[in-house]
Design a protein around this ligand. Structure first.
Ligand SMILES: Cc1ncc(COP(=O)(O)O)c(C=O)c1O
Length: 387
């Protein structure tokens, strides 16, 4: 079956963060929304049908996740990413943001140092700072070959840190970290007893010619020294169903994490998230294959357009995710003016780069998970102002 990613869906009035909060976020309800990381494609029909079937039953009481649920996720990860996961290692989390907050609260102490690699997903900063831990910044280095990790600095920082939160693949710069990079990062962390929380929410959105490597799959030592977060939410557009997983092979670490999780009672979960995730893991391969082709073509289209029509914008073609990280530092206006122009002159709602750390000043993140005709319209509007 050929899936349709071209039809435009009007999401306004569906309590969609991306659409219905435009006025409060941008001060302009008319911007083309290309910010929050969800997709404007329909959730696949086989998932919708499974939810509708469950919704047709009489009672929506408390639920639990049966062995087959965790098996479906474990098998997906083994099949797609070559990491043999056991279902006993897994626990439920409503969201991955919750999970890394729980890990920070349950596995580190006040004033412990936690490393993150900006520009990076904004909740990483808050998970550290809002629980009284110390934020240690290991900024990525923007080279002509793309963003790289600063291992020299990490060697120093790891000596006193307790945890590193890794975005694998990386949001917003779209790097799909390779074996050598993960190995070097892991060796530094293990040598210094720094626990790695590997947020792998974007792992199934790796683009053709790249391969996701779960951090824990590098070696048994890495597996024992890390926590992995996985979700079908980004991949299958299910974020509103608040259902994700945490995988911890190390028994002692798992107990410590799940003791904290149970103390919050946040692991009850919801019926529809469970049904949707299990269905995606069992039936989603073909749909995902087609999605990745479509997104990859969207990225080619946008990258080529920007190189040709707005060559002052610096960008690296992403290896994963459906986002572009656009750097406007070659323009002679400041960050405020950049955002004002984008919102009120170009009429586009993109994520402000500075929210990903000061490294993101004069940068913007653009979400390309939408019909190509929308991207074409958006880029024409952008060209009018920045071309
Ligand atoms: C790196 C990263 N982690 C986590 C999330 C969101 O996680 P959740 O919605 O499961 O809390 C996002 C969403 O964009 C993300 O980019």
């Amino acid at each position: 079956m050929r899936y349709d990613f071209d039809t435009i869906i009007d999401r306004t009035g569906t309590e969609s963060v991306k659409y219905d909060l435009r006025e409060s976020v941008f001060g302009n309800a008319e911007v083309i929304p290309m910010w929050v990381a969800d997709m404007d494609f329909p959730t696949p029909d086989f998932i919708r049908k499974a939810i509708i079937k469950r919704a047709a039953t009489d009672v929506y009481g408390y639920t639990f996740r049966e062995a087959e649920y965790f098996n479906s996720i474990a098998q997906w990860i083994t099949r797609r990413h070559g990491w043999k996961v056991q279902k006993e290692w897994m626990s439920f989390t409503p969201g991955i943001v919750c999970a890394f907050n729980f890990a920070v609260m349950g596995l580190t102490k006040e004033n412990d140092e936690i490393i993150i690699q900006p520009p990076v997903y904004p909740p990483f900063f808050r998970a550290v700072e809002e629980h009284g831990r110390k934020l240690v910044l290991n900024p990525l280095i923007d080279t002509d070959e793309g963003f790289k990790m600063d291992f020299e600095l990490l060697e120093q920082q790891a000596k006193t840190a307790k945890m590193l939160i890794l975005s694998n693949p990386h949001n917003p710069v779209g790097r799909c970290w390779n074996y050598d990079e993960l190995k070097r990062l892991g060796e530094i962390c293990i040598k210094n007893d720094v626990l790695v929380f590997s947020d792998e929410i974007h792992c199934d959105l790796v683009l053709p010619n790249y391969k996701h490597l779960p951090f824990a799959s590098i070696s048994q030592e890495f597996e024992q020294h890390s926590i992995t977060a996985h979700a079908a939410s980004k991949t299958f557009n299910l974020a509103g169903l608040a259902t994700s997983s945490v995988i911890i092979a190390n028994e002692q670490l798992r107990k410590q994490y799940t003791d904290f999780l149970h103390s919050t009672e946040a692991d009850l979960g919801n019926i529809f998230g469970k049904v949707a995730t299990k269905t995606a893991m069992e039936k989603g391969e073909e749909w995902l294959q087609q999605l990745l082709h479509y997104v990859n073509d969207n990225i080619d289209f946008a990258v080529n357009f920007i190189h040709k029509e707005m060559p002052k914008i610096r960008l690296h073609r992403p290896e994963a995710t459906y986002m572009l990280w656009l750097d406007f530092n070659a323009y002679d206006f400041d960050d405020n003016e950049l955002n004002r122009k984008m919102i009120f002159e170009a009429g586009l709602g993109l994520n402000k780069g500075h929210e990903f750390g000061v490294q993101g000043l004069k940068c913007l993140r653009m979400n390309l998970a939408c019909p190509r005709s929308i991207i074409a319209k958006a880029l024409e509007q952008m060209k009018e102002v920045f071309g």
